[in-house]
Design a protein around this ligand. Structure first.
Ligand code: ADQ
Length: 493
């Protein structure tokens, strides 16, 4: 196949332009710092796009002060190598408010995670979502040629695939990966413009989800809301408006070797530094939670289970510390502000209830944690708790396993996270809404014989290493080649 065009909301590189302060705003006087790709997917895709000399199209968030023409601008990245073109779509504040903070994160995010009471659909949001999807689609069409592969990421672009499909050569493959869950038809009923969203996605030649049950629910929704579509469940295809979309489940992995390597490079002194910084007594057993501060992650539910645990096990007071690392996210949305306040006040309340002069049950922090410190926490945490109420996959659970190089940690994992499909039987399964049950699993983890802990972690590690990010990427491109081949055959005949 030909050129590769990746589309995502977040850009892989951010350039910060700092003026030298002389006020003339001359570009040559500015110093430029570039943020490298952060986060699993971006860091994983970047080398692939580099190798393909492709194009990456993304919202130019944070580059607003760059003096360019009013239009989008293109830069060659990485900065000194120029392996591919990053095309930044410049969005107005109003567009961002409605497309990103609006339809994407006040409608599709709560909808797909089953929080229908948090859906907040404002009148212009869908129109802006469509306008932004059109902008991205137009940009893709400019770059697409015969045999190009267009690969869209996530729920910010439900409408673009159909727009792209209608305007590119038949030999161009349009694929998308949907990183969050897909809801049941009953929940999907609450989606404004539901038909447009489904039709948009059916412009893809390939549509990927993390796990089978999201793919199945997607097909259920298509059957229910687009009666003229024909769904072949055995093949996993939908035929709609003269076009076929293949729907697959391809669970994502993490760069396991990197976490393994980076965790081996840290030593106990880094953990000692972390303990000193947060006032964690030296000999306490460590629990860990690492999440974006998002209502889907079940952080208050986790705290409720910890409270139950300390009620039931007074002997563990002073002996077990839970470190919760949260990264504030989407803070322009009031629901997220309220959620943050609730999480912080619950941590305070529990700390007041059980804490002593030299020990706090929960060390809660929203500070930025460097990758090295994160690896130290992953390596030395005795128990990791992932208690999502809904979660497309959850990469944190897999990162913990990959970085747990001494092989003696225990993972408590929500049965509502996509990651449970892969890791379920070997982690300790929890129902995040059941505080008693979760507290009991924590007790079990803390009293588990070392040989059982090692055995479980060994199996988890095998799974995480066998299905790492590279394997996922290979699977994606195998499927893309497969549908590309099917298309060529259909075009030839
Ligand atoms: P997220 O909801 O952001 O991703 P997750 O899969 O856990 O959730 O990925 C978060 C990433 O950010 C991880 O790589 C993690 O290391 C990092 N991170 C999170 N909190 C951090 C912190 N406090 N400090 C440092 N790093 C932190 C969405 C979906 C998931 C899906 C992914 C990928 O919601 O279900 O697994 O996309 O498809």
């Amino acid at each position: 196949p030909g050129s590769l065009i990746v589309v995502s909301n977040r850009q892989p590189y951010r350039h910060e332009y700092e003026s030298d302060g002389d006020g003339d705003d001359d570009e040559r006087d500015r110093s430029i710092t570039v943020d490298e790709p952060a986060g699993g997917l971006t860091a994983g895709l970047d080398p692939v796009v580099q190798e393909a000399n492709g194009t990456w199209i993304a919202w130019g968030d944070g580059d607003a002060d760059f003096a360019v023409a009013d239009d989008d601008h293109c830069v060659e990245v990485p900065p000194d190598e120029g392996a591919y073109t990053l095309r930044r779509i410049d969005l107005s504040e109003e567009a961002v408010e409605s497309y990103y903070y609006g339809f994407s994160n006040r409608v599709l995010w709560p909808l797909c995670h089953g929080f229908t009471d948090l859906i907040n659909h404002r009148s212009n949001d869908f129109d802006w979502y469509r306008t932004v999807n059109e902008r991205f689609a137009d940009a893709v069409v400019e770059h697409a040629a015969d045999d190009s592969i267009v690969w869209l990421q996530d729920y910010h672009f439900a409408l673009a695939p159909r727009l792209i499909r209608q305007s590119v050569p038949a030999s161009t493959t349009v694929a998308q990966f949907w990183h969050i869950p897909w809801p049941s038809p009953e929940t999907f009923q609450q989606c404004p413009a539901a038909g447009h969203v489904l039709e948009g996605l059916l412009g893809n030649d390939l549509l990927g989800f993390h796990v089978d049950w999201y793919a199945t629910e997607f097909l259920d929704c298509v059957e229910q809301y687009l009666p003229s579509a024909s769904v072949d469940r055995r093949e996993g295809t939908v035929r709609y408006d003269g076009h076929t979309t293949r729907v697959v489940a391809t669970p994502m992995g993490v760069d396991a070797d990197k976490y393994d390597r980076d965790a081996r490079a840290v030593d106990r002194s880094q953990l000692t530094d972390i303990r000193t910084e947060y006032g964690i007594p030296d000999d306490t057993v460590l629990g860990l939670g690492v999440d974006r501060l998002d209502y889907a992650k079940g952080i208050p539910e986790r705290f409720a289970a910890l409270e139950r645990f300390f009620e039931r096990n007074p002997d563990w007071r002073g002996e077990f510390t839970f470190v919760q690392k949260s990264t504030p996210s989407r803070t322009d949305i009031p629901t997220y502000q309220r959620y943050g306040e609730h999480v912080r006040s619950e941590a305070d309340r529990i700390n007041c209830r059980f804490g002593t002069d030299d020990w706090q049950p929960i060390v809660y922090t929203e500070d930025y944690v460097e990758h090295e410190a994160l690896c130290a926490l992953y390596r030395y945490a005795d128990v990791m708790v992932v208690s999502s109420l809904a979660d497309g996959m959850n990469l944190v659970a897999q990162e913990y396993v990959a970085a747990n190089v001494d092989g003696d940690g225990t993972l408590l994992l929500s049965d509502r996270a996509g990651a449970h499909e892969r890791l379920g039987p070997h982690a300790l399964t929890i129902d995040p809404t059941d505080a008693d049950g979760t507290a009991a699993q924590l007790e079990r983890a803390l009293s588990m014989p070392i040989h059982e802990r090692r055995q479980r972690m060994q199996t988890l590690r095998t799974r995480v290493f066998d299905h790492d990010l590279e394997a996922w990427m290979d699977t994606q491109f195998d499927w893309i080649r497969h549908v590309h081949g099917e298309q060529s055959t259909a075009t030839d005949s």
